[in-house]
Design a protein around this ligand. Structure first.
Ligand code: HEM
Length: 542
């Protein structure tokens, strides 16, 4: 989700498993009641007036709202192949969206919040007025802590992450002495929740089922609440909110998080009085240190920031890790190629903790980026125009215009990615080897991100643009500009660790005759199958 923090995004940025939805929504004893209400609302919604305000002078791509709901991927690809370098518009479930091509997005990415706002766009997309899903005045603190405290210190966290990974594999992954079918998606969600939780709240809380439950399900509950609210026209929502039980669950979860964190923070405040006290090194502490004096004992803020952080990070990262496993199972030849690289780089225990180790996994980096290219966000760059903007092609964007970038189309544009439909796990690695490529001479990529002092390469050179964490006008899976995902370096580190470990210890394949599991598409959200089984077999030699 975009960042749910700001409220969710492009994926609409709430990359939450779509097929969780029907079962969750329909669960419960009052099934028929819900079905009846849903059918009525669905009809109202489907036939409600199409006269939406659209003051941008740009062509429309005609498509039903149903297409936006259930096959946004195809909708964006089809419309992109028709308009490509032109600004165009689509009617979404929440009004008109103006689609900005890669050739023009560069003119917008540097604009200030008071002209082009990411925060307002996400806030509106997440219906924060009702869901309370917004970091508000703490948004900047949150991003800053991720950039400075987390990204800058990834190497220091590596031992804890590895320990956590080994723990969950030992306790929740099957033995796999023979080929063993396993539903990898739910396992990946728990694994990423554990790894992230270790850094977010520390080891005391992150292994408790109560924390796992609230940190994983908060995003799903929020997603369902937003979807349900969207079925009501805006004028009905002030009343309709009382029919959406998930809104109450969100409040309960926020209280639960606060209650779980309170004794931990109180103890830390007490311990800080002791001379020589060694502060814990996790997000709770970083935030505690960053909060102004009068908010240091407002534990609700801590709970809320933690759940927003979990919502922005757990499903996005676990979805991509799952997609990588599906791609590894399909492209078996890649397993030994990547394993060889992992063996070379992570040759002993200390190598896992070395500052530059993850950055050296360049083939693995390329594989993950290629998985993301074909399975990632449908749209990106969710923004709202706050002051009128004129683009160089003559398009006038009045205040109030809602923007999106057509990621699903850009990702398969042959001008940027030759043979775009082919999965080539080494695509970006080859580009890094050659440094220059057909598209690199066009100025479609923004300059590489500031050099992270992380497990990634310490200095980005000319080929930095092809790294998993690099962003640019044609590579917007992590967004663009000031609000680009500040957690992407951490995500890259987690995904590499999990894949490297699994590659070293297991062979992976699909059942005979089965193809790559079909992703779920729902409301701009694309997510890997939750139910598909992949076969794993433990390797005798690492
Ligand atoms: C593969 C995993 C991830 C993907 C695909 C992803 C994607 C995104 C995208 C598309 C945005 C919106 C950027 C924009 O609008 O320009 C975003 C924002 C954000 N993400 Fe991520 N993200 C991932 C992992 C994470 C992780 C692990 C964290 C935290 C540790 C995180 C924290 C955030 C935050 C706080 C924002 C809001 C930034 C702002 O508005 O200034 N994300 N992410």
């Amino acid at each position: 989700m975009p960042s749910i923090i700001e409220d969710a995004t492009p994926r609409t940025n709430f990359t939450v498993v779509g097929d969780v939805l029907p079962s969750q929504i329909l669960a419960g004893s009052r099934l028929s009641y819900y079905i009846a209400i849903s059918v009525v609302l669905f009809c109202i919604w489907l036939f409600q007036s199409d006269k939406q305000k659209c003051s941008v002078s740009a062509p429309f791509y005609k498509a039903s709202r149903l297409k936006w709901m259930f096959s946004a991927d195809t909708l964006i690809r089809d419309s992109y192949s028709k308009f490509r370098d032109t600004v165009y518009q689509i009617k979404s479930t929440e009004g008109v969206r103006t689609i900005i091509p890669s050739s023009l997005v560069g003119e917008l990415k540097g604009l200030p919040e008071d002209t082009l706002s990411a925060r307002t766009a996400v806030k509106e997309a997440m219906l924060s007025e009702y869901t309370n899903l917004c970091a508000g005045s703490h948004s900047d603190t949150l991003s800053l802590l991720l950039k400075c405290k987390m990204t800058g210190q990834l190497a220091r966290m590596a031992p804890q992450l590895k320990e956590e990974l080994e723990y969950i594999l030992a306790t929740e992954f099957p033995e796999c002495q023979e080929w063993t079918p396993f539903k990898i998606q739910p396992f990946m969600v728990r694994t990423i929740a554990r790894l992230s939780g270790r850094v977010f709240v520390g080891p005391l809380l992150n292994r408790t089922e109560e924390w796992m439950d609230v940190s994983i399900n908060f995003a799903i509950t929020a997603f369902i609440a937003v979807i349900k609210l969207q079925f009501f026209p805006p004028w009905m929502r002030p009343v309709a909110q009382y029919l959406v039980s998930e809104l109450r669950t969100i409040q309960r979860d926020l209280e639960k998080a606060q209650n779980m964190l309170t004794p931990i923070i109180e103890e830390r405040i007490r311990d800080a009085e002791t001379p020589g006290y060694d502060k814990p090194d996790d997000f709770v502490q970083w935030l505690q240190d960053a909060l102004p004096e009068d908010q240091k004992t407002d534990f609700y803020i801590q709970g809320k920031m933690q759940l927003l952080l979990s919502a922005a990070s757990i499903h996005t990262t676990s979805n991509l890790t799952t997609d990588c496993i599906y791609d590894l199972a399909v492209h078996q030849d890649m397993q030994e190629i990547l394993r060889e690289e992992v063996r070379e780089v992570l040759c002993d225990d200390e190598a896992w903790e070395r500052k530059d180790s993850m950055g050296k996994l360049k083939k693995l980096d390329s594989f993950i980026k290629e998985s993301q290219r074909l399975s990632g966000n449908v749209t990106s760059f969710i923004r709202k125009v706050m002051r009128p903007i004129d683009l160089s092609d003559g398009t006038h964007l009045p205040a109030g215009t809602n923007l999106l970038a057509p990621m699903a189309g850009v990702a398969v544009d042959p001008r940027y990615y030759p043979d775009p439909e082919v999965f080539d796990g080494l695509r970006f690695w080859k580009l890094r080897q050659h440094q220059r490529s057909p598209s690199s001479s066009s100025s479609s990529f923004s300059s590489p991100p500031a050099a992270p002092t992380t497990l990634d390469e310490p200095t980005l050179n000319a080929n930095g643009r092809w790294q998993f964490t690099s962003i640019g006008d044609t590579a917007m899976n992590f967004g663009l500009g000031k609000h680009a995902c500040p957690g992407r370096f951490f995500a890259g580190c987690e995904i590499k660790m999990v894949l490297a470990y699994l590659l070293l210890h297991y062979d992976i394949k699909l059942r005979e005759g089965e193809g790559r599991p079909t992703p779920n598409m729902f409301m701009m959200t694309k997510s890997p199958s939750m139910t598909a089984e992949v076969l794993f077999r433990r390797r005798s030699a690492v």
